[in-house]
Design a protein around this ligand. Structure first.
Ligand SMILES: *[C@@H]1O[C@H](CO)[C@@H](O)[C@H](O)[C@H]1NC(C)=O
Ligand SMILES: *[C@@H]1O[C@H](CO)[C@@H](O)[C@H](O)[C@H]1NC(C)=O
Ligand SMILES: *[C@@H]1O[C@H](CO)[C@@H](O)[C@H](O)[C@H]1NC(C)=O
Length: 416
């Protein structure tokens, strides 16, 4: 692309971003818990961002004479589109650029208009720095937060009140596990608080991901992830889960993020006939990967529907998905639902010698390790090594997590 064309493109992307960000600022405002009604003046602050279009925007809003946020948003938005078209028509430089990529540009404007027209709370392509306060209800949705839409935050007042769910699965939709995610967080700094993310497929759907997290520094607080197989997929980069509940059957948590689960509950639910349940299928494959799962002060137990079938449908803590599977379970409470062996191969022999599995300082009847399989990959560590797996040491995130307002105990918990 020629330089000028590139300039136009960047310019448009910036406009798209600010227009959409404005819209979401309004959603936040509309759903503000205070119940305060928007006034025209307040709305103008939200609607007219500090961009080149600020003046046009404010002028057109003033003439709209409305206090309905939707009317104001529409007016402000249309003014911005008009302005873009005007700038394009007036500018010789831009016209030259246009001859190079007029199509791209038209498409971008169409896209802008189309996305505005169909905007729901979940259409969040191309925006950053936003907070989505989602209404308390059950949404049948698929949400992709694309790469680059950094700093998106989902927040609502309870993981059993606001639920995002769907029935997309490998079996039903003939797609790969990766593409099944109800919510896919591909952008950096994604935060979700107080929300439920589910699959309602039943075990028949087989693999069906509730959340896939692949952007760096994801933080998940007081969230529920419910599903049946492959429910939680911390795929890569760094993630932190605190006070979350994960309920599922096979390979409940799988992937290769560098992740700490602190004060979370992993609950094995009743699987399909002849199915066994595995809590973790860690997927570290290459030496250079920094992936590894740490469970710190978590509770791993069985749902009440699972207890009666636990001798038929066996439960295991781990099965290595890839040869270098890395899982550290420390200071956690393990219920009496697991086979004493605790571990089972995914493919015969794979990972038995090359994985890195640690259980240290755990409690509860399932924490006894003397019946565990005798794999070279199961390591005995001392206290100093165990300390390197606490969130402070393992995630080295001294600012990111505190800045989100999500609680985190960085060190070993005394007395446990
Ligand atoms: C603008 O709003 C005022 C007050 O609500 C109203 O009296 C007036 O008729 C409106 N003007 C137009 C052009 O809609
Ligand atoms: C998923 O399928 C089940 C069973 O067919 C149905 O009860 C449920 O309502 C569906 N959920 C959604 C979100 O479509
Ligand atoms: C550890 O987990 C238990 C629940 O099992 C909880 O009551 C306790 O507050 C947690 N400790 C810390 C320091 O967060």
């Amino acid at each position: 692309m020629a330089n000028n064309a590139l300039f136009v493109f960047v310019f448009l992307v910036a406009v798209v971003a600010s227009a959409l960000a404005v819209f979401f600022a309004m959603i936040v405002h509309e759903h503000d818990e205070t119940g305060e009604k928007s006034t025209s003046n307040k709305a103008v602050q939200y609607v007219c961002p500090p961009t080149d279009f600020k003046e046009t925007c404010e002028k057109s809003l003033a003439s709209s004479n409305s206090s309905d946020p939707k009317v104001l948003i529409t007016t402000g938005f249309q003014a911005m589109i008009m302005e873009i078209k005007k700038v394009l028509a007036d500018s010789k430089t831009l016209q030259d650029a246009l001859s190079v990529c007029k199509e791209v540009l038209d498409y971008a404007i169409d896209d802008l208009e189309a996305s505005f027209n169909k905007l729901g709370v979940y259409d969040i392509s191309k925006i950053g720095d936003i907070l989505l306060r989602i209404q308390a209800t059950v949404y049948n949705e698929k949400v992709d937060i694309p790469k680059g839409a950094n700093n998106v935050m989902f927040i609502r007042d309870g993981p059993t009140k606001t639920i995002i769910t769907n029935n997309i699965s490998v079996v039903k939709n003939k797609i790969t596990t990766f593409h099944t995610a109800t919510v896919a967080g591909n952008a950096m700094n994604f935060i979700a608080k107080d929300i439920g993310i589910e699959k309602t497929t039943g075990y028949e759907g087989e693999q069906a991901v509730a959340l896939r997290a692949s952007g760096d520094l994801g933080v998940f607080y007081n969230c529920h992830f419910n599903g049946y197989q492959d429910t939680l997929y911390p795929q890569k980069e760094m993630q932190f889960f605190r006070d979350c509940v994960i309920t599922s059957t096979i390979d409940i948590i799988f992937g290769d993020s560098r992740v700490v689960f602190q004060n979370c509950q992993m609950i094995v639910r009743k699987p399909g006939p002849r199915q066994n349940c595995m809590v973790i299928a860690q997927g570290k494959q290459f030496d250079k990967s920094r992936g590894g799962f740490v469970l710190h002060n978590c509770t791993i137990s069985g749902d009440k529907d699972y207890i009666p079938v636990k001798n038929v449908n066996k439960a295991y803590l781990n099965r290595p998905w890839k040869p270098l599977a890395t899982v550290i379970i420390i200071q956690s409470n393990i219920a009496d639902i697991f086979t004493p062996e605790g571990y089972i191969p995914m493919h015969p022999g794979m990972g038995e010698a090359t994985s890195y599995f640690v259980e240290f300082g755990n409690r509860g009847p399932g924490s006894k390790t003397d019946g565990r399989v005798k794999w070279a990959g199961i390591k005995q560590v001392d206290l100093n090594t165990a300390k390197t797996f606490t969130p402070g040491a393992f995630l080295q995130s001294n600012t990111r997590i505190p800045n989100t307002g999500v609680p985190c105990t960085p060190d070993r918990i005394p007395g446990l």
